[in-house]
Design a protein around this ligand. Structure first.
Ligand code: SF4
Length: 255
């Protein structure tokens, strides 16, 4: 019997999604907690500890794992997938429990990860009862820029560019072991973080048959408020960047 409290607020439940699990109608559970701090992140309520959330910040109410399980039981045979996202779900002690229960109920599992915890990813992949059916991994900028741009000067990762080169390579290798239709890499087009030079560096990590899904940056509710003042790339600029990405990875695409 698990010692985890299923009645504790743990994440945000999205009851139905047609866009988060390629080819499947799914539910999503966004678990609280993340090991890095992307300045453009808009999931403040999931990433920061409650005591760190600035006063007046609007955050989504959290659901319990018991509520998630009740939803999965109710929608059994209607939904076919469960997306476990975050935050960073590989950090979260509820993740194995959720995967096991969802699999028992017949759901396919997709994990969204920031790619910084390859050993935890490996542990899931190598256990048949926990192996995700689909993995989406973020790649946020050049690996050599992660430690300062993603984590800030106060981070324990500050200046440790090798750390990110290593973990992102290891995670990419694990994700690449899946068949091409069961994996993808994702990049938010944040001006300043994702330039042509960064795209060239990120592309070096990926397998040539990668599905590389780009999304436009949203300058709202960013973890670093100065990012709210950054304008997203125009459609023409975004297209130019995707076209450039396609010169390395044919499966680059703006979602
Ligand atoms: S964007 Fe993802 S990886 Fe980055 S801080 Fe937010 S939840 Fe964590």
């Amino acid at each position: 019997m698990s010692e985890l409290d299923l009645n504790k607020p743990a994440g945000v439940l999205v009851k139905t999604t047609c866009v988060d699990f390629p080819g499947l109608v799914a539910g999503s559970f966004f678990l609280k907690g993340c090991n890095i701090r992307c300045p453009y992140c808009y999931n403040i309520g999931l990433v920061l500890n409650d005591s760190e959330i600035p006063a007046g910040t609007q955050t989504e109410p959290l659901n319990t794992v018991a509520e998630l399980f009740a939803h999965l039981e109710k929608r059994q045979g209607i939904l076919s997938g469960l997306v476990i996202s975050g935050g960073e779900p590989l950090l979260n002690p509820y993740t194995p429990l959720i995967i096991r229960r969802a699999k028992e109920l017949g759901y396919k599992i997709k994990i969204d990860t920031n790619g910084t915890l390859p050993e935890k990813l490996r542990a899931l992949i190598e256990d048949d009862s926990l192996r995700p059916d689909f993995i989406a991994m973020d790649i946020k900028t050049s690996p050599s820029r992660y430690s300062t741009l993603i984590c800030g000067d106060a981070s324990p990762y500050f200046g440790k560019s090798d750390f990110f080169e290593k973990v992102l390579s290891e995670s990419t290798e694990l994700v690449a072991s899946y068949s091409a239709d069961c994996r993808e890499w994702r990049t938010v087009l944040v001006p300043g973080l994702v330039t042509k030079d960064d795209i060239k560096e990120m592309a070096k990590l990926l397998p040539v048959d990668a599905s590389w899904q780009f999304a436009q940056f949203m300058n709202q509710n960013c973890l670093d408020p100065s990012y709210n003042d950054i304008y997203p790339y125009t459609d023409a600029e975004a297209k130019e960047l995707i076209d450039y990405a396609k010169t390395f990875i044919e499966g680059a695409n703006l979602r």
